[in-house]
Structures are given as structure tokens and as C-alpha cells.
Design a protein around this ligand. Structure first.
Ligand code: FES
Ligand code: FES
Length: 208
């Protein structure tokens, strides 16, 4: 994803797992995964049940103690176990950015990170951006002000990534914004509006 380093550490293990699995002889078990994905979203790899692993996540400042199949992605844990569906599943393969969340303040592709890897960490999703008094985060407001979406499917990932982009110091110019947001795809092509929104919100986001 954008900037290379921001998500690499956190999703590397699942990517390795997928790569190793894909290169295993014939790997016929990979295909049933797709046939059964809707029935078993929280046990995405392989067919055999695995012993549940206790996992503690702090999500939007709320503690959650979960018992998870170790193959559960952070994305599936957020959506299916905790019920926070604002984080979207686009490709489920680390290619679209729709699932971006912040983990300890850094951008992470939640589809590419096992939930158990995030034990003890602080996760922020789109649902956690609003202030306690109900005020939108400056980046959320800027996306509205600039019509930086059409269908909205990519938008929560765009907003989370935009906050990470600003906080990493990669939003000083439009060229930087385009480069460091390049891992977040928008099929509606709202890119110019997204850049404008980030430009508007960057100072307020640094202070937020
Ligand atoms: S759903 Fe995670 S990158 Fe596409
Ligand atoms: S607003 Fe539709 S995919 Fe981005």
C-alpha cells in the first residue's frame, strides 16, 4: 500500500500465509474457501476448525476480549465479532484499501492482518472518529464539504488512510497526497475531491 512501510509489518504475516498456501502443491483447498466464505467468514483459511485464541483488542477506546480462530483477520473480527461494519471489505487481498484502520495510530490493511497479531493494541475505526459530543472529525467533514465520494464504499478506508497520511507527514503537497493515498482505490474516481478534502483537513487533523 501507499508509502510501502505503513502497513507492511502488520499485514506481512497473512500475506506470507496466503502466498505459501497458494504455492503449496495444487492447493485444492483454497478454492473451497471461496465457496464457503459466506458461511465461515471468521475462519477464512482452510477447512479444519482451530483452537480459539484469547485476544484483547481496544477498539475505539472500548476493550474487547475475544476468543478467535487464529486465522481470523482483523477485518473479520471487527465486522463479525464486534459488529463494527463501517470498515469495508473490498478485495480481502490487500489491494484496494477499503479495510484501512489505524492500529496504534498507524494505517493498517485490516484484511491482511490476523486479529491475534493485534492483541493488546489500540484500533481505531471510522466509528471511533466522532467526538464524544457528536462532532465529526475534521477529515470526515472535509470529505462531505468536497463531495469526496459517490457510492461511499471506499470512503471509510479513504478517511482512515487520509488521517494516517497526514499524521505520517505525507500530506504537504498534492503530489504527496496522491502518492501516499495511492493504495486506496476509488472506483467512482473521486480522487481530485479526496485530495482537496485532505488538503482542507490536514492542519486540523494534525491538531486532532
Ligand atoms: S479489503 Fe483490504 S485491501 Fe481490499
Ligand atoms: S466513492 Fe465509490 S468507490 Fe469510492
Amino acid at each position: 500500500m501507499e508509502g510501502g512501510s505503513k502497513t507492511r509489518a502488520s499485514h506481512f504475516s497473512r500475506r506470507n500465509f496466503i502466498t505459501a498456501s497458494a504455492s503449496a502443491a495444487a492447493a485444492p483447498w483454497m478454492f473451497p474457501r471461496y465457496a464457503t466464505a459466506e458461511k465461515s467468514e471468521t475462519a477464512p483459511m482452510g477447512e479444519e476448525p482451530q483452537a480459539k485464541v484469547p485476544t484483547s483488542l481496544t477498539v475505539n477506546k472500548q476493550p474487547h476480549r475475544l476468543a478467535l480462530d487464529p486465522r481470523t483477520s482483523l477485518l473479520d473480527a471487527l465486522r463479525d465479532e464486534i459488529g463494527l461494519t463501517g470498515t469495508k471489505k473490498g478485495c480481502d487481498h490487500g489491494q484496494c484499501g477499503a479495510c484501512t484502520v489505524l492500529v496504534n495510530g498507524m494505517r493498517v490493511l485490516s484484511c491482511m492482518s490476523f486479529a491475534v497479531m493485534n492483541d493488546g493494541r489500540d484500533v481505531t475505526t471510522i466509528e471511533g472518529l466522532e467526538s464524544p459530543s457528536g462532532e465529526l472529525h475534521p477529515m470526515q467533514q472535509a470529505f462531505i464539504d468536497h463531495d469526496a465520494f459517490q457510492c461511499g464504499y471506499c470512503t471509510s478506508g479513504q478517511i482512515m488512510s487520509a488521517i494516517g497520511c497526514v499524521n505520517e507527514g505525507h500530506a504537504d503537497s498534492d503530489a504527496d497526497i496522491r502518492e501516499y493515498m495511492s493504495g486506496n482505490l476509488c472506483r467512482c474516481a473521486a480522487y481530485p475531491n479526496i485530495v482537496a478534502a485532505i488538503r482542507q483537513a490536514r492542519d486540523a487533523t494534525r491538531k486532532a
